[in-house]
Ligand binder design. Structure first.
Ligand code: GDP
Length: 468
């Protein structure tokens, strides 16, 4: 276990603003001594058992003025979040009172923590690896059940275990080759190529399998980025309101989802849709006109899902065909709206038109929906789940990749392993293999933080919130 950091840090762990409770966290080798200096209770903090709490007051030791009544929770090195001595001071949640206590701590030599510094200390102390540190942030920002479950899986170390196993395998074979080259009398490389080839193939397949989860993992974490497309008057705005309306309470809680922004988050069961370019739709103008054809096209290109709306009570027009022609190669669900009226559009005929115009030949779902009466939403929800998720995350044992950084490192590892395979196929010497094998080992090491440059680690922790 690594020693505690020399400098002791403090941070406000609760959200800013007035609240019932505010919590200040202090961590480092001096945490207990410094907190004792400003705490007045029945017990001294240093005499308390680890993981126990005590009631008392924070007092300015110079003036003897009480600042607030508090509960202190003491957690002693090494079994703490940061692995260091940690004191958590729970006070009344007013910004002023919290500021006063922070000032007292700072005046006694504690330093304000950088964003993510507590988690960074957990990482530096060897308690968690980089995938687990990143998962902490994902748990905090999770916006759906699925996102939370996947982050908790990562936090429990499943990705770390998989990556560590792959690295161990590569290292073992590299060590064997090195040993055999050094000491050919005791280690033979006869027929070793064949054996190595099988092992490398297996490692390669496991990495590929992880990479295949990235798309699902990404939408799991960030929501399915969705564009509502269709010509004017088909009901885009009504459907948007229907989707938002059934979820208004949750939506208004999420930052950045005010009415005038271009993105809104919608919860459909345990799935989150991130609707893009909704401002144009809200103003009930043609989105293509409103935001420009290029912009509409690029939203469609970037989207994971297009909800393509037609008015089922009218025949298709040239304009419908134009919108369709923009959707080639995308994941599309056709919503045939106004099903409360007499329908003139038939799902099968619409799909045939769609295939003809886009040139895509796989079937796409078509759902009859009425924005007016609110029907069709359940079918939309289950269709989206079938399209994007392989089932409930509880029931499958899949480890998901949700992070672009991890994806890049896995791809780099695959590249190196491809070179190993090529060298084996070309019958190159064993010492050729080891360079690329070690490169793959290093790339995988970046994921768990073993071979991560310090400045990159800094960047990762900078995205954390204060006090975590
Ligand atoms: P947008 O231009 O595509 O955003 O279409 P709007 O949502 O503004 O709707 C155009 C018109 O169709 C409005 O008069 C809506 O009231 C009407 N409308 C939308 N959805 C339905 C529906 O499901 N049934 C019926 N009967 N009318 C609808």
């Amino acid at each position: 276990m690594k020693p505690m950091s020399e400098d002791t840090i403090c941070g406000i762990a609760t959200a800013s603003g007035r609240s019932a409770i505010g919590m200040i966290r202090v961590s480092g080798s001096d945490a207990i001594r410094i907190c004792d200096g400003i705490f007045d209770g029945k017990k001294c903090i240093r005499d308390m058992e680890t993981f126990t709490a005590a009631y008392g007051h924070i007092v300015n030791p110079d003036t003897k003025d009480p600042v607030d009544e508090v509960i202190v929770l003491v957690m002693k090195h090494p079994h703490t979040y940061t692995t260091e001595d940690t004191v958590e001071i729970s006070t009344h949640g007013g910004p002023f009172v919290i500021r006063r206590i922070m000032d007292l701590l700072l005046s006694r030599g504690v330093r304000p923590a950088e964003p993510g510094e507590f988690t960074r200390r957990a990482y530096m102390g060897g308690r968690i690896d980089m995938t687990e540190a990143e998962a902490v942030m994902d748990v905090i920002s999770a916006e759906s059940d699925r996102a939370l479950k996947s982050s908790l899986q990562q936090l429990s170390g499943r990705l770390r275990t998989e990556i560590t196993e792959l690295r161990d395998t590569i290292l073992h074979e590299t060590a064997f080759i090195e040993a055999a080259l050094d000491d050919p009398e005791n280690y033979s490389l006869d027929n070793y190529d064949l054996k190595l080839s099988v092992i490398i193939d297996e490692v390669y397949d496991r990495i590929e399998k992880l990479l295949l989860t990235y798309d699902e993992g990404r939408v799991l974490k960030n929501g399915i980025s969705t564009v509502i497309a269709g010509k004017p008057n088909v009901g885009k705005s009504s459907i948007l309101n229907l989707l938002v309306g059934q979820d208004r309470a949750i939506v208004s809680d999420i930052e950045g989802t005010t009415r005038d922004t271009l993105e809104e988050y919608i919860h459909l069961g345990s799935t989150v849709l991130k609707l893009i370019d909704t401002a144009g739709i809200r103003e009930t103008e043609d989105v293509v006109e409103k935001i420009g054809v290029d912009r509409a096209r690029s939203s469609i290109t970037d989207a994971d899902l297009i909800l393509y709306i037609v008015d089922g009570s009218e025949d298709l027009s040239e304009q419908d065909h134009f919108v369709m022609s923009q959707l080639k190669g995308k994941k599309v669900i056709m919503l045939i709206n106004k099903s409360d009226l007499d329908m003139v559009i038939d799902r099968d005929k619409l799909m045939a038109d769609y295939k003809k115009i886009t040139g895509d030949d796989s079937d796409i779902p078509g759902i009859y929906i009425s924005a007016k009466e609110g029907t069709g939403l359940e079918e939309l929800r289950s269709t989206i789940e079938d399209m994007f998720f392989r089932g409930d995350i509880d029931f499958n044992n899949q480890i998901y990749i949700t992070n672009t950084r991890h994806k890049a490192s896995l791809l780099a590892a695959l590249d190196s392993l491809t070179r190993v395979k090529d060298s084996i196929a070309a019958g190159m010497g064993e010492d050729f293999y080891t360079i690329d094998m070690m490169a793959a080992y290093e790339s995988l090491g970046e994921i768990i933080g073993e071979t991560l440059e310090d400045d990159l680690a800094d960047k990762i922790f900078k995205d954390f919130c204060m006090g975590k």
